[in-house]
Design a protein around this ligand. Structure first.
Ligand code: FES
Length: 64
């Protein structure tokens, strides 16, 4: 599904970005442009990001 309509960014793209090391909404904005236009996607993007970071940390054994 589209999370950021303005920049045509999907939840899948956010999960892929997390696998490449993205951890914050700022990182996401810098790499994919999420929440850089109208900002309506901020809450949803943050939620998808948090879920993806949690899943990534679990599979990777955590950050250190
Ligand atoms: S929907 Fe993401 S900036 Fe507008």
């Amino acid at each position: 599904m589209y999370v950021c309509v303005c920049n045509a960014v999907t939840d899948r793209e956010i999960r892929d970005a997390v696998k490449r090391g993205v951890r914050t909404l700022g990182d996401l904005s810098a790499t994919l442009g999420v929440a850089t236009c109208c900002g309506r996607c901020t809450d949803c993007a943050q939620q998808v990001l948090a879920e993806a970071v949690g899943a990534d940390a679990c599979c990777a054994g955590g950050d250190d």
